[in-house]
Design a protein around this ligand. Structure first.
Ligand code: ADP
Length: 392
């Protein structure tokens, strides 16, 4: 089955094409367009190139997958029709860089490839089984009814970590449960498996996973919450926004804009939004960059530790995404001084970890520390494949 995974930004369109089957997973092509004024034109152009390059004709594409961020009153892995478009548009203000682009992209694909199945995998889907108490904010009922609750994000990535870490720990029962989660739902398992998954990249989140199911997340109502992001604030006391607007003479919109594009690593360090630059400046003695790095590590540790009570212990701590995969110093800092809790890194394995999966667990340590590379497009292609196979 040929599956096109579409990654849509307000001015970009990127794609990967996969051949997926029961025992075959193969990426056939990838491409992208920046500074796109019209998604439809970019999509048509991509399809022409794929045909000219002899990769595929449009008619051969069986399904298109969309990694949608969040929808109003809708989540899961679902067919991308009017209901999805409406849900995305209902929360356009919450994810302005993504929701309008995906709503547009889904419409465009419906017109351009009418025969292909369209599937949306919401980034919130993995969190649908978080206990109610973990999803609610203590807001008035009218706020809750308006959709103000903890949604969780990076669901595709964390679900993949749930599956892959279970495999690496010899728990094929959990891996199998996770693989079919969106089709079959959760079920009880006799032996617990408790994982904290740290997706640390351009945007970051920490998720607590028990028996393959997310039970806790650092991400809240919008992708602006939790751990500080590259240029977004992370968690902030709600009282700070109106206060800052007043004393700094900003409108609420201007203040919100600063929180979503001039904050995070960039805002604190003043150096840049890429951890490589911030860390390099910190090593050269830039005090603000040093604080930015320390703040990031502090918040990852705060969130990871907050999950241990809920999980009732820990079997594995996993690092994934650009920052988590590529920075031994960061992993060492997150794990520092936790020997008493069964967490210790093997320094050589940590330093030596290159591209790919790695086990960093120190000798005698109880908790497995793992690196698992993120490949969100492949994860999406797998989910779309399962969904479409189930629909047929
Ligand atoms: P996105 O959320 O944009 O998909 P990624 O998971 O690719 O992000 O992570 C991007 C971030 O990862 C960069 O901003 C940078 O901080 C960090 N990063 C990426 N590659 C490296 C590397 N080779 N060494 C250190 N840090 C890296």
């Amino acid at each position: 089955m040929k599956i096109l995974v579409a990654n849509l930004g307000s001015t970009s369109f990127k794609f990967r094409l996969f051949e997926m089957g029961e025992s075959e997973e193969c990426q056939l092509a990838e491409g992208g367009y920046e500074r796109v004024a019209n998604h439809g034109e970019a999509i048509r152009d991509a399809l022409v190139s794929l045909k000219n390059d002899g990769v595929t004709t449009p008619e051969e594409i069986d399904a298109v997958g969309f990694k949608t961020v969040l929808g109003r009153n809708l989540s899961g892995c679902v067919e991308a029709g009017d209901e999805v478009i409406e849900a995305l548009e209902g929360f356009a203000d919450v994810a302005p860089a993504h929701n309008p682009a995906y709503a547009d992209g889904i419409r465009q694909f419906r017109e351009i490839l009418p025969e292909a199945r369209r599937v949306a995998l919401f980034e919130t889907a993995f969190y649908q089984w978080i206990p109610e108490a973990g999803r609610r904010y203590a807001v008035p009922a009218s706020w809750y009814d308006a959709g103000i609750r903890r949604h969780g994000f990076h669901g595709a990535s964390h679900k993949f970590i749930a599956e892959r870490s279970a495999e690496m720990l010899g728990r094929s029962d959990v891996a199998e449960l996770v693989r079919g989660l969106y089709q079959a739902g959760p079920r009880e398992l006799e032996r617990p498996l408790r994982v904290v998954s740290c997706h640390l990249g351009g945007s970051s989140s920490v998720t607590g996973i028990r028996n393959g199911i997310a039970i806790s997340t650092s991400m809240g109502f919008s992708p602006q919450s939790g751990v500080p992001q590259n240029n977004r604030v992370g968690d902030l006391d709600a009282g700070a926004l109106p206060y800052a607007a007043k004393v700094l003479g900003l409108s609420i919109e201007e203040a919100s804009q600063q929180l979503s594009s001039e904050s995070g690593l960039l805002g604190v360090s003043g150096v840049g939004n890429d951890m490589r630059d911030v860390r390099a400046a910190a090593l050269k003695g830039n005090p603000e960059a040093r604080i930015a790095v320390e703040l990031f590590v502090h918040e990852v540790r705060r969130w990871a530790s907050s999950m241990l009570f809920e999980l009732g212990g820990l079997d594995a701590l996993v690092f994934t995404a650009g920052i988590g995969e590529n920075n031994p110093w960061l992993r060492a800092a997150v794990c520092d001084g936790l020997e008493e809790w069964g967490i210790a890194l093997d320094a050589d394995k940590n330093e030596g970890a290159g591209r790919g999966e790695a086990r960093l667990t120190g000798e005698g340590a109880r908790v497995q520390v793992l690196v698992i590379p993120a490949n969100e497009e492949l994860v999406l292609a797998r989910e779309v494949y399962q969904k479409v196979t189930n629909l047929n």
